[in-house]
Ligand binder design. Structure first.
Ligand code: AQP
Length: 344
């Protein structure tokens, strides 16, 4: 297998409010990776319409994700920040991948099962085919690393399967077109960290998610200090004090979640957090968590609001980012067409 230059790709859907799970599971990693890697950070608006969206709200949500990237510290000059629908090659490659991926693979995707729920027959074809589009997003740029939360692991595995099958199915044509080894890399998920799966503040066994009907289940990046304090204070806990070490968090999902959030927000580890707070009551720990969350998230929310007040500026950044993304996408897509046997 050819070795590919390292390149990072990731994206967030412009649906609902960005929450602490999106921030700690994804955006914090983007900020770190930009120091060492060439990165593309996408607002995946084609994914958003796999469920119904109000067009006016969608436009605002696209700008909000771009604002969140920048407000969190992703540099739009150094990295490519863009929205997926401005680069038509995502949809083109996704179609080819729809013809590479197998029904059986997609049938196993747990996110589809969760999102479609009981009304599977009424789910959009886009929702079912979502992982093939996600594979296209990543592989269009031959990205080698994909920073995501744990919930996306299965989709990255599918992207690897798609890349592998394309490389095998078209091996002769890939060679005939002058490419050594496989055409696509097998992308690696970057998941590690204490907040790979941030859980709901109301139920430590459920993922924190944009679509949870309870506002108290999540901290939004746009929350002000009062809202953050209220949500942390109301967060579900158990009656025991915090344990002295990580082992003592077993069977205590809410405690484990809050300790993990504290660790991630303070760039520390759960063990280090418990060295400081082991034996404390939740009231003491929650106050410290409020202070930390407000200190860390407050400036991001304020900067997001400032950026969102200037939509023309964000739109121009997205246009420029999309132009830069197309510079990579177009030649790769031309090569894919040659390999598949299309005339262009
Ligand atoms: N709870 C979470 N903990 C850690 N990481 C998370 N991510 C999402 N929730 C958590 C990560 O955030 C990135 C962007 O997610 P997305 O918006 O593209 O998709 P999503 O997983 O559908 O987000 P939600 O909040 O869970 O939305 P709904 O409620 O619609 O299902 C990804 O890297 C994801 O792993």
């Amino acid at each position: 297998m050819t070795s590919f230059p390292e390149r990072v790709f990731s994206g967030i859907q412009p649906t609902g409010n960005l929450h602490l799970g999106n921030y700690l599971g994804a955006i914090v990693k983007f900020v770190a990776l930009q120091k060492t890697h060439e990165c593309l950070f996408c607002v995946v608006d084609l994914h958003a319409i796999t469920v119904p969206q109000d067009p006016k709200e969608l436009r605002q949500a696209i700008r909000r994700i771009a604002a969140a990237y920048i407000a969190s510290g992703v540099d739009p000059a150094k990295n490519i920040i863009f929205n997926q629908s401005q680069v038509a090659e995502h949809a083109e490659l996704a179609w080819i991948f729809n013809c590479v991926a197998r029904m059986g693979w997609l049938n196993r995707m747990t996110q589809f099962k969760e999102k479609a729920g009981k009304d599977r027959e009424n789910a959009s074809i886009g929702l079912f085919a979502y992982p093939a589009l996600m594979a296209a997003d990543i592989l269009l740029y031959k990205a080698t690393h994909v920073p995501v939360g744990e919930d996306q692991k299965q989709h990255i595995e599918l992207a690897r399967d798609v890349a592998q099958k394309f490389n095998n199915d078209f091996a002769d044509s890939i060679a005939a077109n002058g490419h050594q080894g496989g055409f696509f890399p097998l992308p690696e998920p970057l998941i590690q960290g204490p907040a790979a799966r941030v859980m709901s503040l109301r139920d430590g066994t459920k993922k924190m998610s944009k679509s949870d009907p309870s506002e108290f289940s999540r901290i939004n990046l746009s929350d002000d200090a009062d809202a953050i304090a209220q949500k942390v204070r109301k967060a579900k806990t158990d009656p025991e004090p915090l344990p002295l070490a990580k082992d003592g968090l077993g069977g205590r999902p809410e405690a484990e979640n809050l300790v993990g959030i504290f660790a991630a927000l303070s760039d520390s580890t759960p063990d280090a957090v418990l060295q400081q707070f082991g034996g404390s009551q939740f009231s003491t720990f929650k106050q410290a968590l409020v202070d930390l969350a407000v200190e860390r998230l407050g400036p991001i929310g304020a900067e997001m609001r400032r950026l969102e007040a200037d939509p023309a500026y964000i739109d121009s950044l997205l246009r420029e980012g999309s132009r830069r993304a197309r510079e990579i996408a177009e030649p790769n897509m031309c090569q894919v067409k040659d390999i598949v046997g299309f005339i262009r």
